[in-house]
Design a protein around this ligand. Structure first.
Ligand code: ADP
Ligand code: MG
Length: 145
């Protein structure tokens, strides 16, 4: 099932993330794609809030992954933008997270497409070429049995 959203501010994108975070269940995996500066990290911040995480979420660009405990479920926040080689994911031990009991959120997931389980929720954020600077089109696709 695919849902289409349009947001007009970072707050609205955060609110969408928050809603999905509130509904997230153990083992869930979300792939976030979209150009630099479209709002993947903004979405992630809202998502973490929805899980009840109070710690400030920052993009783990240089560490690839950061764990946030203290919410309803642990959040494994990946940003694979700077990954050089897919082997780096093995070194991190990604399987423990992707197939674990927490919730995984991956910015730039398309860069590691071959590692993404089929059941993943896909979130695509797009900044339309024309229109106001703060407009984002957000597409959320999940597999439904
Ligand atoms: P990414 O992680 O995709 O590279 P960020 O979330 O770090 O992007 O940055 C998104 C930027 O776009 C922020 O500066 C944010 O304030 C701005 N922005 C403007 N409008 C929106 C919107 N509707 N949704 C999300 N971010 C927005
Ligand atoms: Mg980011």
């Amino acid at each position: 099932m695919t849902r289409f959203y349009e947001t007009h501010s970072p707050e609205e994108t955060m609110a969408l993330g928050r809603r999905l975070g509130e509904q997230a269940s153990s083992g869930e995996l979300l792939c976030l794609n979209g150009d630099l500066g479209t709002g993947k990290t903004v979405f992630a911040k809202g998502f973490a809030e929805g899980l009840g995480i109070t710690e400030d979420v920052v993009s783990p660009t240089f560490t690839i992954m950061k764990i946030y405990e203290g919410g309803r479920l642990p959040l494994y926040h990946f940003d694979v933008y700077r990954i050089g080689d897919i082997d780096e994911m093995d070194e991190i031990g990604y399987e423990e997270y992707f197939y674990g009991d927490g919730v995984t959120l991956i910015e730039w997931a398309n860069l590691i497409a071959e590692l993404i389980p089929k059941k993943a929720v896909r979130v695509y954020i797009e900044k339309p070429e024309d229109g106001p600077d703060d407009t984002r089109k957000i597409t959320v696709t999940e597999l439904t049995e």
